[in-house]
Design a protein around this ligand. Sequence first.
Ligand code: UD2
Ligand code: MN
Length: 597
Amino acid sequence: PSNKLVSLQIKDNSIPMFTTGNLNQKYSHKHLTMKKSRKIISNDIESLQKPNSNIYKNSDNLIKSLQPVSRQVNSTENNLDDLGMVKNPEDEQIRKEGYMLHAFNVLISERMGYNRTIPDTRNKLCQQIQYTADLPTASVIICFYNEHFYTLMRTVHSIINRTPSKILKEIILVDDFSDIPNLQYNVSSAIEKEFSGKVLLYRTERREGLIRARLHGARKATGEVIVFLDSHVEVNLDWIQPLLTRIKEDETVVVTPIIDIINADNFKYSASPLVRGGFNWGLHFKWENLPVGTLAKPEDFIKPIKSPTMAGGLFAINRQFFIDLGEYDAGMNIWGGENLEISFRIWMCGGKLEMIPCSRVGHVFRQRRPYGDPDGQDTMLYNSLRVAYVWMDDYKDYYLSQRPEAKEAKFGDVSSRIQLRKELKCKDFDWYLKNVYPELALPTDNDQRLKNKWAALEQNVYQPWHSRKRNYINRYQLRLTNSTLCLQSKKDLKSKGSLLIVKSCLRTKQQIWYETDKNELVLAQLLCLQANDPNPILYKCHEMGGDQEWKHKGESKTPIYNMALGRCLSVNKKESGALVTLKICTDPSSSTWDLVR
Ligand code: UD2
Ligand code: MN
């Protein structure tokens, strides 16, 4: 049966055994035979540190004395700039394969190790809050499909390190039938070695997708509250107490932390602004600004904020309430749509959805999803149709007219979910729109005043990054050392995507680079220098660091280094018109530059 779960148990230094979750019968799976792990990784596992016993003692003491667990964890030297350095072709290989498989910089993630310190991004007022020790227990559920081993382990370590152990009932990992060689072996050995009993690993019998994988995890949970997290996150200080405090006050409130940003290219951790969840008529989740007046007083910055929807990956809910509310729609496949489904259901069927500003969890936001549906289905479309037909009444027509292909598409049987909606006596979608999300304009709304009024809310971005005023700290030409050749764009200044070349140094706009306080290099204050393999380009400044972040070591003979790509700005030939490329910085032929002010 599709919902049968396989749990993995490790006996003392023996071969792992599998048991089926449902039947409790032990049997071995031929197709899951373990291979020995790659040497590098197994060595790393051998050398893993035991958790620092002081830290654990401390955290228990802190709970007893009603103090928050306010400490930074011992971290590996957190020099992200150096960690990205590509030193040899092997590094380059790891980096490239990593981007293909995971869509983030695994070189940095691996070198960072299991623990690191991250900035405390909470509002100062949060630090003064004393949380009671008498909070409900929590099971943290993390599903993963082909997650990068170190990134997954850092997720687990951050939770163990920054959650009072008395509160943390267990961490439940659900491996959604990953097929990266040795991942399963590596994860099971690592958790068995370090967190035996506290971290449990299950594996689905076939690829289920994140929705059914979460359902499996939730049904194994024993804590009073369940907390869902993605497999590439790092929780911040005292992240769980404010979530549990709110649920303790009212068990029908579903709460989310603020999702901070872990940059996929350089793993920098940065604070997200307070924005809330909305959606558009294509049924895409989006972030939007808070209604004007939400943040009037200083205390407003730490109060729960009502949100029409949630992003989906990170939230806490009373376990019984989750069950009563109908868990998830098990008919949904792989990825997408479940976030709006559960958001609508929470509001329409007697719950509330709130964001808790004092709870912060960083998430690796990536540019693309590095996996698809095994059957090639557009699961976002399939799942969204299920949402529309079950929850949106006549408003579903707005979605259907946005997506012409949706009229023909299949979406499976939704009768049991319609039945659920009846049994729970949920309010209708019209009520939801009027009471929870009055700001959402209807596509038919041609009242310009109304549109203008809410235009301010639109921030049609998936990633909650800040838009900031650019701050220039330097301007100079970049001259190849021992030459009269300077860096400039190949095409005209405003042409997005232009390659770069070196040409005779002339004091023209074409060659004047402005350095910002975020280490961007902006040509003539227009476009940013962007690392790109093998030739850098000029591109719209995206303010997210990573491929637009450049380091140098001062005035003369300096390499110009991009941390995300781990490589240096260089030319193949020192002649006018030569194309600029990116090379491994230790390459002796790599160029150095003089900053000419
Ligand atoms: C966002 C949510 C994600 C989910 C999704 C919509 C955040 C931060 N993330 O997308 O949780 O709600 O929107 O569906 O709010 N996974 C599996 N099996 C699969 C595919 C994925 O277990 O077949 C895991 C995956 O390893 C990850 C989690 O599900 O831990 C979410 O997937 P994602 O990180 O690719 O989704 P994301 O963050 O783009
Ligand atoms: Mn994610």
